[in-house]
Write a protein that binds this ligand. Sequence first.
Ligand SMILES: [Zn+2]
Length: 373
Amino acid sequence: MGAFIGSFLNVVIHRMPRNESVVHPPSRCYSCGTGVRGYDNIPILSWLLLRGRCRFCQAPFSVRYCIGEALVGLMTAGVVYAVFVMPSYAPPVWLSELGVDPRYSRAAGAAAILIMVWWLWACSMIDYDHTIIPDELTKPWQLVAPALAVLTPINLMLWSPAPWFETHTGMSVLSDPWAGTSSVLWILLPCLAFLALSVPAARWVYGHFCPEEQRWSDEDHRGFAVGVWWFCAVTALQVIALVVLTMVAESAGPRGGVVASALVPYAQALMGSMAGWMSLYVVGLLGTMAFRRNAMGFGDVKFLAPIGAIIGPTGVLYTFFLASVVGAVVGIPVRLLGKGREIPFGPFLALGAVLAVVFGHQIHAFIFGGLAI
Ligand SMILES: [Zn+2]
């Protein structure tokens, strides 16, 4: 099934940046135009049986299609294995409190993680090919990711707000949902105010510190402002949802506990989304001022916010750190060898996120093992 998804993602990766429909027309040979027959459209196998050529005109099909199908198939199997077999995966607490069968909780968690993994793959490959991540693949995801995050506990693996609220506010987030919600609002609302003020500030920064040839056009500035305002609007909606759910949890009496335990991963996701956006955004603005050249990859900013929603604020820091390390290991030799092509950061962010999820626990213990945080 993963390979079939990989086959569909090949179509998305090829067509979406060209502004073509991903469902119509059906796949065809780019050389002779003959439609690909259903029996020739079986992932991996068809490519191998036809030895990577069109059945009719013998034009070669890139081996990348076959590798993409195989990799997505392997990643899908890996996620399903990790969620259903590995003992370290525990379904979200609120689903078990609701009395949902653990098998369904695991299936929901696996689905949420898979959607994110498939999305990371498509964004990375498009970024690799075109050094751009389409808005269609980032803006809606800023809205969807926190909802997906509530279905999977991977965002809680490094740092959970529940004990933090209890040790820092003396209140339990489960018995008093406002203890957690108001703490989150104290962080998110100033961030939103900062973002609103940063739109004119960014215009000034790019006007003053960018060399002439890197200056943004008016259209670039509009796209930038729309991107920032979109994220602010999405986050504001999610904050309102958080407040409403907190009121529900409070008024539902003893049964409100379930809502409150679902609020913990939801609040975590909103903080992660903001951390993902802010980290690259602030680094981009400060870097532009410090180095007097355009240091903002705005596509990466829009991309890291949904990643942060899934893996949480601490996960974002590790993602950023790991992406930079891997990016330097790969990027510096490529630069030194003089292969002048601009290296996109998106694939490294995706890889960093996967590494953070798989090895984050060990890295976290290694760095903070001796400290009581
Ligand atoms: Zn052909």
